[in-house]
Design a protein around this ligand. Structure first.
Ligand SMILES: [Zn+2]
Length: 296
């Protein structure tokens, strides 16, 4: 396990698998109080961390298990979560119904997060909101509501150092992810703009790590992925892929369904359906009486 310096008293803990899903990068503030930010770097890495450091509290960005799978190892200290996560945080049965659908898919989801991430039920102790300030020694992180990915997703900004922890506004080439019923493309666009307007000097992304160069350009490219996906869906409808199932089968967002195909098909279906909904609202695509989509 390595600790990569970001600014004085703040370190990146690189996640397993280079922080790619189903893991994510965590951060450690070696300040007062010593604080772990997110806990999805992998239970093995977290065990190594606990040998050399003693986090006095944990701040979690949102309910996704790839950000909090390690919380069950840390329940003897305060775990602080977004207020909007409180209704289901750390409870596998409730999260399964929130992140997929009740029924067989929920069972598949539970065995996936248990097997791939070591996620177990866990509790929390405190809640935070948009505008909450975390005073970690000299670092003062302000929490910023950053919905779209999930309803409870937050970001943290430290204005003196210009460090933005953007979590799953992750600036990956894949682009934004909004595969739940509660996710929203419109909210995601607004969140990206809010974070750009902060003009951060350093961004720490949960799946890309530390980013110091071309930050505004990277945000613009990330935003553009949404337009590119929309354009691809319009073209697929024009080419005759006129039902949601046919579009999911073509997989314009994931580029195919291999690992955990039942889950990725469901999530891609949610994402495409959101694009179709806004395309219909804009009048760029119409839905025929037989439920097939066509171009206007
Ligand atoms: Zn997430």
């Amino acid at each position: 396990m390595e600790l990569v310096p970001i600014v004085p008293h703040l370190f990146l803990i690189p996640g397993a698998g280079r922080g790619r899903f189903p893991f994510s990068h965590c951060l450690l503030a070696d300040s007062s109080p010593v604080t772990l930010i997110d806990a999805g770097c992998g239970v093995g890495i977290l065990a190594e961390l606990l040998e050399m450091a003693n986090p006095e509290q944990v701040i979690v960005s949102h309910s996704h298990p790839d950000h909090c799978a390690g919380c069950s190892m840390l329940e003897d200290r305060p775990i602080v979560i977004p207020r909007l996560a409180a209704d289901s945080f750390g409870r596998k049965d409730l999260l399964a119904e929130r992140f997929v659908e009740p029924g067989p898919l929920a069972t598949t989801w539970k065995s996936f997060v248990t097997g791939a991430m070591g996620f177990e039920d866990c509790s929390f102790s405190d809640l935070y909101d948009d505008g909450t300030t975390f005073r970690l020694g000299e670092l003062h992180f302000v929490a910023i509501s950053a919905p779209g990915h999930t309803k409870d997703h937050m970001a943290l900004f430290e204005s003196t150092t210009g460090v933005l922890i953007s979590f799953d506004v992750d600036l990956t080439p894949f682009g934004p992810w909004y595969g739940h019923r509660e996710s929203s493309i419109e909210a995601f666009r607004a969140t990206i703009q809010t974070l750009m307007d902060l003009e951060p000097r350093t961004v720490v992304s949960s799946h890309m790590g530390i980013i110091r160069d071309h930050i505004q350009e990277r945000f613009r490219r990330y935003l553009h992925v949404l337009d590119a996906r929309e354009g691809a869906i319009v073209e697929l409808v024009r080419a005759g892929r006129s039902t949601l199932d046919e579009l999911v089968e073509f997989s314009p967002i994931y580029g195919g369904h291999r690992d955990n195909a039942a889950l990725t098909r469901y999530w891609e279906g949610q994402m495409i359906a959101k694009h179709l909904e806004s395309l219909v609202a804009d009048g760029r695509v119409i839905m025929g009486e037989d439920g097939r989509y066509e171009n206007r």
